[in-house]
Design a protein around this ligand. Structure first.
Ligand code: AR6
Length: 338
């Protein structure tokens, strides 16, 4: 998954470069800047002193000293002034300039904090949107794995309205499913009782022989009718949509290597989250999504929140994978594309 949102302390992440939300002096401060300098040790400050500061929206790179990464990229975010002072484009520039430096230094993995969203007061939801938009644009053209590190859960919050809509949808569907589940169980119990009765009448060994002959015959026919596999359906849908492979896997937030594996193995069995990520990328209808999932051996059920949230977004025709992931994160579910 080329872009992942995780909750962690950025100083503990093993990547090629971590990004620091610094100030124009580059001589350290509070927030994540303070954490990075403390964890890196004095050498980092000594190197920063030689850089001559950094303008807002720009970035500079140093070694990482005692940190587990190779480099620290220092960028200076804008202070929030109500959105009237070009904050958005300055913040976009922080991400662009940092990614440019990371590419120049051949970094394959980079972790960003939510720049400007602490001491500098940029609203966290808007700061996250800028980060996701700029990074995903960059990943359309470049091979890199990028993490957005959110320190507190509040930073990663979908709107109240969306949250309550999804909560309501989960509520409604949970209830229906529970009722269906109860009636299904009582139906299964009845069937089990009548089967037990039949076994007693015919004798178990006769039944077994009879079943085996039927099974062999049925199996033979079934094997001849093997359906299109997951990978075949995926490639067919890509063609039908007139998409390029790269367009599809990038939109699904899946990396190229995993896509090549799926492409070259007709019987590849993806994880459920990967299969759904492709369904979202291809903008499949709910019915088509369920068909594609079945081919990978999965189903959407109403007995877990993850499935209901996916169903909610697909049935609303909302195929924005990052918004879906925000909702999954909010409801403590695994994210798509992993
Ligand atoms: N790991 C990941 N994220 C963190 C960590 C951590 N260890 N610590 C804080 N955050 P901030 P800014 C999050 O204030 O708003 C400094 O004094 C935090 O929750 O560090 O760009 C500089 O010297 C928030 O979401 O940076 C500047 O003067 C995000 O990191 C000024 O603050 C950014 O918060 C820069 O302010």
């Amino acid at each position: 998954m080329p872009l992942q949102i995780i909750r962690q302390d950025i100083t503990k992440i093993c990547v090629d470069a971590i990004v620091n939300a610094a100030n124009t002096s580059l001589l350290g401060g509070g927030g994540v800047d303070g954490c990075i300098h403390r964890a890196a040790g004095k050498g980092l400050l000594e190197e920063c002193k030689t850089l001559g500061g950094c303008e807002t929206g720009k970035a500079k790179i140093t070694g990482a000293y005692n940190l587990p990464c190779k480099y620290v990229i220092h960028t200076v975010g804008p202070r929030w002034s109500g959105g009237r002072k070009n904050e958005k484009s300055l913040l976009e520039s922080c991400y662009k300039e940092s990614l440019k430096l990371a590419r120049m230094y051949n970094c394959e993995t980079v972790a960003f904090p939510l720049i400007s969203s602490g001491v500098y007061g940029y609203p966290k939801d808007q700061a996250l949107k800028v980060a996701v938009d700029v990074i995903s644009d960059f990943l359309f053209e470049n091979e890199m794995k990028v993490y957005i590190v959110v320190f507190d859960k509040a930073a990663y919050k979908i709107s109240e309205k969306l949250f309550s809509d999804i909560a309501e949808y989960i509520d409604d569907n949970y209830v229906d499913e529970r009722a269906d589940y109860r009636s299904e169980r009582s139906r299964i119990n009845c069937t089990c009782q009548s089967t037990a009765f039949e076994s007693a009448e015919y004798g178990l060994s006769d039944l077994c022989k009879y079943d085996k002959a039927l099974f062999d015959e049925g199996l033979d026919i079934k094997i001849k009718q093997i359906d299109e596999s997951f990978s075949q359906m995926l490639l067919r849908k890509i063609d039908e949509r007139g998409m390029k492979d790269s367009e599809c896997y990038k939109k699904a937030n899946i990396d190229r290597k995993l896509f090549s594996k799926i492409r070259s193995d007709v019987n590849y069995r993806p994880s459920k989250t990967t299969a759904i990520a492709f369904a979202v990328s291809l903008e499949l209808s709910l019915e088509e999504t369920e068909d594609m999932l079945r081919k990978a051996g999965y189903a959407l059920s109403h007995s877990n929140k993850f499935d209901i949230i996916i169903e909610y977004f697909i049935s609303k025709g909302n195929y924005n994978i990052f918004e879906i992931n925000e909702a999954l994160f909010e409801f403590d579910q695994v994210l798509l594309g992993c």
